[in-house]
Design a protein around this ligand. Sequence first.
Ligand code: KIV
Ligand code: NA
Length: 265
Amino acid sequence: VKKVRVHHLVGAKERGEKLTMLTAYDAVTARILDAAGTDMLLVGDSLGNVMLGYDSTMPVTLDEMVVATRSVASAATRALVVADLPFGTYEAGPEQALASAARLMRVGANAVKLEGGRPRAQTVKLLSDAGIPVVGHLGFTPQSVNKLGGFRVQGRGEDAQEALLADAVALADAGAVAIVLEMVPAPVASRITQAVPVPTIGIGAGAGCDGQVLVWTDMAGMTDWTPRFVRRFGQVGQALHQAAQDYNAAVQDGSFPGPAESFEA
Ligand code: KIV
Ligand code: NA
């Protein structure tokens, strides 16, 4: 299989081929999602909520992201591995961002993702100039949930729409290789998609984006509740529950392990 590279992203946009991205946080899951033909695996800082039991992405550390990124990168043969820069590890400026991004790249990331628009343009440029592909993230940006006032659709209204467009153009001009648009009205996301030369990857941003991303545990049905923009493509949580129940019953009734699962003297 041919590895997905950053130049394939803009190529896919030009050819009108939709790009797929799913989050991954560990090797066992990454291997399955990679083999399924997912173009990009995002080691999201949603790691905090999804895997580590935190109630936001804010507490996630760079050390935690390094562990997860190394695990995903070790299992990805085709997918481009994108790793999130967690809260507090890049906002001080380009130099802080470079030091943080270098740690993720050293353990196998192919690109990093960071949140924010025009205020991040210089940082995106420096990382890019240093050979680190950067994915932007606009719209609802979870690391700013305290400032944004909760989980709300962003870019509604004329002024907000223009601001979002200016942010996207600034990121693309600074060298971003793709831009995630989260919880943005579909027509606004479509307009941004037409305005920038790099692919937009939507989550709750409608079908007009160049690609889509979902958190794998939401997509696969591992969780009881999902936001309205998620579609469940499987019932993996239910399947795992059933497997554990069957295992417990087999141990308790003595049918596991059987002779074939035991060693002779
Ligand atoms: O951390 C994450 O999972 C993300 C996606 C929702 C885009 O940033
Ligand atoms: Na994230």
